[in-house]
Every structure is written in structure tokens, then in C-alpha cells.
Write a new protein. Structure first.
Length: 122
């Protein structure tokens, strides 16, 4: 996902809009797989009555994370445009780079998963 976000920073001209279709399609598919995998591993080891509460907590946590990502991206864009006086295109490109790198770095957290994590799903 981080790499695909960085790819969005490469667009500089409105005439390249046809390239957005396959990239956004791939991003949508990757997002769907990512959410499904994260949701599954989150509640995979819960049992019985915990599953409902765990699912509710996960949904709230996911919405907060999405909201934080949007707010952070808007804050970076505003900082670049207003404080650092970047032109709009450069500010958007830099914001995509920052968000892409942060997405890649946050994905490294999943390296902490052990092979036995999620075995409760079977």
C-alpha cells in the first residue's frame, strides 16, 4: 500500500488520468485484502462472547485509525503549503511520499506476528 501511495506522487499532469484507473483498482484490491487479513487476525484468537466485543472494538479502532490518517495527511499538506510555501503540486507529491513511507514503516509492525498467531481460526 505504501508503494502504491508513493506511485500517486508521480503524477504531474492531468493528461495522465488514464493511469489512475489501474492504480486505484490495484489499491482498492490491496486495501480490501489488507482489511480482511487484519480483521481476521484481530479476532482470530477470541472465543465465544469475546468475539462480539472484540469485533466492535476493532471496528471503532479501525475508524479512528482511518480518521487519524486523513487528519495527518491534511495537516502535512497544510504545513507544506502554508508554512513552507510550497506550490500545490509539490505539496501534494511530498504529502504522498510522507504518507507512503509512514505506511511502509507501519507495516513493519506485522513482522512481530508469530507463525502460530491466528491458529484459533481453524
Amino acid at each position: 500500500m505504501g508503494t502504491l501511495i508513493i506511485v500517486l506522487a508521480q503524477f504531474t499532469d492531468a493528461s495522465q488520468w488514464l493511469w489512475f484507473i489501474p492504480i486505484l483498482t490495484i489499491m482498492g484490491a490491496c486495501n480490501s485484502m489488507q482489511f480482511s487479513a487484519m480483521n481476521t487476525i484481530t479476532i482470530g484468537d477470541l472465543e465465544g462472547a469475546q468475539t462480539s466485543s472484540g469485533n466492535s472494538l476493532m471496528a471503532v479502532n479501525q475508524q479512528l485509525a482511518i480518521s487519524f490518517g486523513i487528519a495527518f495527511g491534511a495537516a502535512v499538506l497544510t504545513l507544506l503549503r502554508e508554512r513552507l510555501q510550497m506550490d500545490t503540486l509539490t505539496a501534494f507529491q511530498t504529502t504522498y511520499w510522507v504518507l507512503g513511507i509512514l505506511t511502509i514503516l507501519s507495516g513493519l509492525y506485522f513482522l512481530r506476528l508469530k507463525p502460530e498467531d491466528g491458529r484459533g481460526l481453524y
